[in-house]
Every structure is written in structure tokens, then in C-alpha cells.
Design a protein around this ligand. Sequence first.
Ligand SMILES: Cc1cc2nc3c(=O)[nH]c(=O)nc-3n(C[C@H](O)[C@H](O)[C@H](O)COP(=O)(O)OP(=O)(O)OC[C@H]3O[C@@H](n4cnc5c(N)ncnc54)[C@H](O)[C@@H]3O)c2cc1C
Length: 595
Amino acid sequence: MPSYKAPLDDIRFLLHDVHQVAQLTALSGFEEAAPEFIDEVLAAGATICEEVLFPINQSGDAEGVHLEDGEVRTPAGFKAAYKEYAEGGWTAVAADPAFGGQGLPETVRFVMEEMLCSANLSFSMYPGLSHGACSALISHGSDELKARFLPKLIDGTWGGTMCLTEAHAGTDLGMITTKAVPAADGTYALTGTKIFISAGDHDLTENIVHLVLAKLPDAPSGTKGISLFLVPKYRITDDGAPGARNGVTCGSVEHKMGIKASATCVLNFDSATGWMVGEPHKGMRAMFVMMNGARLAVGLQGLGLAEVAYQNALSYAKDRLQGRSLMGAKNSSGPADPIIVHPDVRKGLLRMKALNEGMRALAYWVGIRIDLEHRHPDPAVRQDCEDMVALMTPVIKAFLTDKAFDNTNIALQTLGGHGYIREYGVEQYVRDARIAQIYEGTNAIQALDLVGRKLPMEGGRLVRRFFELVKADVDAASGGDLEEFGKPLGTALHQLQKATMLLAERGFANPDEVGAAATEYLHLMGYVAVGWQWLRMATVATEQLAAGTGNARFLEAKRKTARFYFGRVLPEAATLLAAIQAGAAPIMAMGAEDF
Ligand SMILES: Cc1cc2nc3c(=O)[nH]c(=O)nc-3n(C[C@H](O)[C@H](O)[C@H](O)COP(=O)(O)OP(=O)(O)OC[C@H]3O[C@@H](n4cnc5c(N)ncnc54)[C@H](O)[C@@H]3O)c2cc1C
């Protein structure tokens, strides 16, 4: 049986010592969010994740969802767990108090999201989609829509979805054909079929609020002709309660590789009544609010799975007795040594640990930037944070989920054949992690967003600023105790800068150069960004050790893990640069018929 314990020590180290979460209490609206209070909230969050949601993860995977008489039934235990989760206020953690939210920092929700995804990724999809729907409504919905729908979405009484994909239109949403025809009363009648809709139907909430991309009859072609509509499963009566069924039904649920307890639905809209969110033909703008939040959330999904997979691989590696240490028996009274003595097993464990802790540090750094972006009194700070969040969003989505999938695989390998069978639970993490590389825009599309949109944005201001931040810490580390960490980071930063120049030079004349380099570039930036966070963590650990504060074993482990990251992981940046330098020609030279 797998197990999960929220990594609260690491979370506290990051929030308090590395990222100074206390700075948020100076922001208007966050006065109550003192570090001790945040710790209490997260400890309670850890308990519900460990004790309520984790125990129904494996059973939910085995049972999956069922479509019965046109309605989706979630696996045993999900309804009760959702009730407890919503009643505990967990759907409302960072939501606006004006609509019943608790108004805690987004950073706190990030941490909660990671723990939730470690505990039960399928379960997390239901409140996760509702949260996304709320963000789109808050920024683009009319006051009337907000008043009618937000409080119940926020308190978890109703659920939300995002309905973009159609059978012939996945990445290329400009091709969607779902139609929205205006009615005399100001509503719209939506007709069309959406596929792959997460939480599209289920029995956890009393209503489901779909946010649907569709085209008006006079819409221009392509993405410029897309509008966004809100379509509830049940129409809303005058007193705000769910009334008669609307014209939206679940045609089927997908049978899939992972997240089996998350309902992935075909939804048929048949003259369903909807309301427009935002302006005509500007639906992508409104939907992007939801999509950007969802991209960060998917990165956290990856992190959560990588963490729980690591924990289970680690405990197995300490228990499993096979072979003897190459240096002589370490467990001479036993029949063999625990496999953690073997360098190859350790390498896998350390790789998972180094990437997971570094990715966690990066994700929480972005979380803090979001809070500062929303509430800092200085517009220059707000702009700076907005820039960094925009730059890092594709990195968080794609780098974290690619590395998470690799890490779940390493975890499986650590268990040998026992990783491949169901009992130990690790094979589920591999299957569950795979989708995060695909939905919310495949990781290839994230890479194109990074190189095609984010790098040239504002004349390169975003990426220059990122380089400045990293370089300042590299320079500060030079010549002292921290040089062993700063120097390799400086080398990788230089490699990233070189790749950036190369893209700027070549991409202008030949856009295929950008497409050919995009994924390697995103990974190179991911390695540097995570390396930067490792330098910051190693700095704090070194300072605390020198001052004799903190837990020495934890802090020493940080320094050792940093050493592993800089020695055994970050050098991969050089290979990525070499691949980028090889350019598009080796990829594009072959005709499609020659493959
Ligand atoms: C379990 C699950 C849950 C989902 N949940 C939702 C949901 O809640 N709501 C929703 O609307 N959708 C959802 N989706 C859909 C998901 O977002 C899409 O599957 C995804 O965006 C990719 O679209 P596609 O499958 O049509 O692949 P395609 O767009 O056909 O892409 C196929 C391949 O081609 C590549 N490709 C395509 N275009 C380009 C390009 N321009 N440049 C480079 N490479 C390209 C892609 O990277 C990919 O590797 C879900 C899917 C699954 C499987």
C-alpha cells in the first residue's frame, strides 16, 4: 500500500526562510495571513489530503467513473470526501471574500494544490476546474453573472468546467464549430459537441457551470471569432436555485490511461441556454484567464505526483534488501543490504529529490509573484511580477510536468517489478502523470508560447529581467562558500543566454528555427530557473548552519542535494544548447514521404 505525508518541513522552509512569505502581510487584504496562521491552514490542509483524499486514490483508480442513465457517478467515497472538502472551506481558500471566499494568498492555494494532487489527482480535478471557472468569471463576467454564479462555485455547492476541445479542434481552437445563436431575451442557444471535458458531469455538486467556447452566427473565422458562454447543467430559477435541465447532456465518458476517477466527458449541447461572458468574439481573452491559471495548476499536478512517487520509492529503497554494497556489507546482520546503498538507486532518488524540491521552490516563487502582482502598492513591482509570472507560466506547466513524468518513472524503476504491479501504487502515478504533459495546451505548445510570445514580449524585457535576477545571485555567490553552487549556475545561465541570442538571430529569417528549438529551450530555461532556486535554498541553508539556527540535518541535506543538482543534473543544459545550435535543418530536411 502506498503512503503520503505532506512535506510540511520543506514547505515551511521555502515559504518562510527562502521566499519570505511574511512580506505578504504588508499587502492590503492579507493582513491576517501571518506566517503562523498560514502554517495552521496548511497543517489542516495536509490532514484532509493525507487522511480523507489519499485513502480513496487507489480505490478511485480501480473503480473509475460510471455513466448511468446519462449521469456520471464518481467512485465510492468521492461524494463524502467532496462534502467534507467543501464544508471545510477548501474550495474557497484564495477566493474573493466579496463572494464568500477566504481571501488567503494565492501562494497558500498553490501549496494546497500540490498536496491535493499528491493525495488524489483525480479528485483535485473537480474543485480545480471550478476554481478556473471562477477566475474567468471574476475578470470577465457581468455583475449579474458574478452575483448569481460565483458564491455557489466558490463554496463548492456547484462545480465548473472549461469546454474548449472539439473532435476536430484541439490545439487549433480557431476551427471550433459550436454555435451560439442570440435569443430575444439576451441569452444564447448553444449547439455543438465538446469532447474530453474534465468534470463535464458528476454527482459531487448540485449544478455544473460550463464555460463554453462557441461562435456567433456572424463570427469572423479563426480564433478572432470565438466567444465565451456560461451554460449551467440545470437552469437557474428566479430564487437562484437549480431548476429544469438545460440542453446539455453527457454522451459518454472516456476510458483512459490515468486519472480514472476524473470524468472526461463528451458533452452534447442542444440549444442549451447560455449567457455571454465578456465581449462578442473576445472569448479567447476571457478563456485565457482560466487557461493561464490552469497551466500553473497543471504544473502543480506534476509536482504533487512526483512528490508522492518519490516518497514511496524512498521508503521502499530503505526497506528492500537486495545485493551488497560495492564497498562491503552495510547490513551485515541481514541477508542483504537495503537497495538505497547502490549508487544507481541513490542517483534516481536524488534526481527525484533535487528536481522536486527545486521545482517546488520555483512554483512557490511564482505563487508569491502572483500575490505581489495583484496587491503590491507600487505599479513597477506589480508590472515586474506580472512579467515574471507570464514568462514562467509555460515553464511551470511544461518543465514541471515533463520532469514529473520522468520522476514517476524513476520511482517505478526503484521498486523494480513491484513498481509495475498495482499493489504498491506507483504505476498509478506514472499513468496519472502522463496527461499533465498533454492537456491545457501540450508541452510543445507551451514551448512555442515561451519562445514565440514570451521571449519577444516588450522587446525582450521579460527574459532580460529573468537573466538579471539569476545573474545577481550568481555574482553574490562568487568568491565565497557558495561559489560551488553559483559557478555552475553561471555557466548554465550563459548557455541559456547564448541560446536566446541564437533564436533571436535565426528565428526572424526562419520561423522553423524557433519551432525546432522550442522544447529544448524551455527545458534549458527550466534547468536554469530550478538551479537558481537551488542556489537560493543553498544560500539560506548555509547561512542558517553558520548561525546555528534551524534543523542541521535538514539544512545539510539541502546543501548535499544542491550539490547533486549542480553536479549531476544541471550539466544537461550543455546538451540542450548543443541540440539548439544544430538548428532546424536536420529536422526539416526530410520530406514527409521519406520517413
Ligand atoms: C484526460 C483529458 C482531459 C481533458 N480535459 C479537457 C477539458 O477539461 N477541457 C477541454 O476543453 N479540453 C480538455 N482536454 C483536451 C486537451 O486539452 C487536448 O487534448 C489538448 O489540448 C491537445 O489537443 P488534441 O488532443 O486535439 O491534439 P492535437 O491538437 O491534434 O495535437 C496532436 C499533436 O500535434 C502537436 N501539435 C498540434 N499543433 C501544433 C503546432 N501548431 N505546433 C507544434 N505542434 C503541434 C501537439 O503538440 C500534439 O503532440 C482533455 C484531454 C484529456 C485527454
